[in-house]
Design a binder for this molecule. Structure first.
Ligand SMILES: Cc1cc2nc3c(=O)[nH]c(=O)nc-3n(C[C@H](O)[C@H](O)[C@H](O)COP(=O)(O)OP(=O)(O)OC[C@H]3O[C@@H](n4cnc5c(N)ncnc54)[C@H](O)[C@@H]3O)c2cc1C
Length: 555
């Protein structure tokens, strides 16, 4: 037999995720963790075993759109992959949405839910996309106070019974713009007590969902975001056909290829106004808080999946006389990736904790400011991290990482979307500036920083912490001075510096806890390693020079 390189394997993905387990041991009361651990172990077993095998076997299956039946009827049937069908059933049964709404664990319910999401996401080919929007729709409907719609839809969105479970789409992007939704062209016309929508939605993922929340402009309303209203749409009529909705095609995408992302025309689609006839962008914002948090946790979970595979492979693959796991430079490369994962994890789950406290009424005004500020920060930072980490993960397999039927390349292609949808890095960086406009968010961050820092005693961690605090201080000084074009041009560097500095601080806090309670130095090593990666990226670029460079012409 010729020599074959060993394929990477996965074990129980809860059992071997030291970062998740150690975090939960610190963040949750011991009896609560004991109560939910069997569930997490079962999920870890499922995703590392049966679902991973199914994922590899299902690799070439993609959603198929059939516009017409044999007799000329318009049917717009979308057949999703077998794994997606299984994922829908599992999502309901395992309470991927329900856990957050049942609130059995009060303020810890979101941590419980997102621990499951962290395990489930990389095993189900971005089924997290419809789930994120489902969770977001439930949250937006609850926030709207529209009791009829809450009664009609939320029990479906949060059900554990697959026969009752609904997913929801979020139809915002039109060809005029996904970031600049104020340009939305879809019109809403009154039709008795309800509305009818006319327009084209350009990116609608989860095109098989039972409902969607969407934006449209009631006739006569002014241009811009304020003139839009938030609408509730049930996609099918009583006989199960799409209700005045035409599916033109599924997008031919770089990644997330299992996600059926469609271009739709709404041609008199019946709709109900969720919360009045204007302020749609404001009314959909609770949905975005949720989908962005799903995005952060999903990005982190992809890093974890890549590292789990890379680590296993490094232990098996022999080169130059020893396993890669013994080669100092390979080890050094993986250590840098692990540090990025740990930092991103702690930031994403810090936001999850704030969200859970907010929803259970346990968050004060400063906490709400922090949640508003850190939701986009975590999304933009982890989105970028996942792309660079997974690119390096692929390289860590050498040529095999570039070969489709190893299942590895799709990790990188899927991860690329985390920095695009739900707000690109730039758009979210500008959102971070908006979050600071109240004036109190930076003060809240400063108070939180001092609280976190006060518990750190280890000398090595104190060094790392100094760097985190210096990064935050630099960001604060910069924002106090920057104005006009310089402020906008620097928004991404500012936001990344906030994110990277604050996540280093969170890492230090956790590392101290881990030293004290687990006598484990690995989180400390992650903090040290992360602090050697660039934390403070603020620099003042000359805007005129950037204009010249970007456009490659002399002004
Ligand atoms: C796979 C996939 C699935 C999707 N699913 C959905 C869905 O289900 N529902 C939905 O509503 N949307 C969906 N989208 C759309 C997605 O949310 C948008 O593509 C995204 O928000 C960006 O909008 P855009 O494409 O209009 O890009 P643009 O807004 O045109 O952005 C182009 C570039 O300009 C930058 N930019 C824009 N404005 C500024 C500014 N003011 N300053 C600096 N830079 C700026 C952006 O960062 C970006 O790099 C999906 C997209 C993808 C790729």
């Amino acid at each position: 037999m010729p020599f074959n390189q060993p394929a990477p394997a996965l074990d129980n993905q809860y059992g071997s995720d030291r970062v998740l387990r150690s975090y939960l041991a610190r963040a949750l009361p011991a009896d609560l963790l004991r109560a939910i651990e069997p569930e997490l172990h079962a999920m870890g077993e499922l995703v590392g075993g049966e679902l991973y095998r199914l994922q590899l076997a299902d690799r070439l299956n993609e959603p198929v759109h059939t516009p017409w039946d044999a007799w000329g009827n318009r049917i717009d049937h979308i057949e999703v992959s077998p794994l997606w069908k299984k994922a829908e059933r599992l999502a309901a049964e395992k309470g991927l949405i329900a856990t957050a709404y049942e609130r059995r664990n009060a303020r810890h319910s979101r941590v419980h839910q997102f621990a499951l999401v962290h395990l489930f996401t990389p095993a189900t080919d971005v089924y997290s996309c419809p789930l994120a929007m489902t969770d977001g729709a439930a949250r937006a409907l609850v926030a709207s106070g529209n009791s009829a719609l809450i009664e009609r839809a939320v029990s479906h969105l949060t059900s554990r019974d697959q026969s009752l479970f609904w997913t929801s789409g979020q139809w915002m992007t039109e060809s005029t713009g996904g970031s600049d939704v104020g340009l939305t062209e879809t019109i809403a016309r009154r039709d008795g007590a309800q509305w009818r929508l006319y327009g084209r939605k350009w990116f609608t993922s989860a095109a098989t969902s039972q409902m969607a929340l969407t934006l449209a402009r009631p006739e006569g309303n002014p241009a811009g975001g304020k003139g839009l209203a938030l609408f509730y749409v049930e996609t099918r009529n009583a006989s199960g056909q799409l209700d005045h909705i035409l599916v033109h095609r599924l997008k031919d995408k770089f990644g997330t290829r299992k996600v059926p992302t469609a271009e739709l025309t709404l041609d008199g689609t019946p709709a109900i106004a969720v919360a009045g006839e204007a302020d749609g962008v404001r009314n959909i914002s609770p949905m975005l808080t949720i989908t962005r948090t799903w995005n952060s946790v999903s990005a982190v979970s992809y890093m974890r999946r890549g590292l789990a595979l890379a680590r296993d492979y490094a232990a098996k693959r022999v080169a130059f006389g020893a396993p890669l796991a013994g080669k100092p430079l390979h080890v050094d490369t993986l250590a840098g990736l692990q540090a990025e994962y740990e930092a991103g994890f702690h930031l994403a789950f810090f936001v999850v904790e704030l969200l859970g406290r907010d929803e259970s009424g346990a968050l004060d005004a400063a906490g709400k400011d922090l949640l508003r500020l850190l939701t986009p920060v975590a999304k933009l930072m982890t989105g970028k991290q996942s792309v660079s980490v997974l690119s390096e993960v692929l390289e860590s397999f050498g040529g095999a990482g570039y070969i489709e039927d190893t299942g590895l390349p799709s990790l990188l292609r899927d991860a690329q979307v985390f920095s695009i949808w739900e707000g690109t890095t730039n758009v979210l960086s500008l959102d971070v500036l908006r979050a600071l406009q109240s004036g109190s968010a930076l003060a809240a961050l400063q108070v939180e920083t001092e609280t976190l820092a006060s518990g750190v005693r280890d000398m090595l961690l104190l060094e790392c912490m100094k760097q985190a605090q210096a990064g935050l201080l630099h960001a604060q000084h910069w924002i106090e001075k920057a104005a006009g074009d310089a402020l906008e041009a620097g928004a991404r560097r500012f936001s990344l510096t906030l994110g990277r500095s604050f996540s280093l601080l969170l890492l230090c806090r956790h590392a101290q806890w881990s030293l004290d309670h687990e006598h484990d130095r690995r989180a400390l090593y992650a903090a040290q390693r992360f602090s050697r990666n660039t934390v403070d990226v603020i620099a003042l670029e000359d805007n005129k020079a950037s204009m010249t460079l970007a456009n490659d012409v002399e002004p």
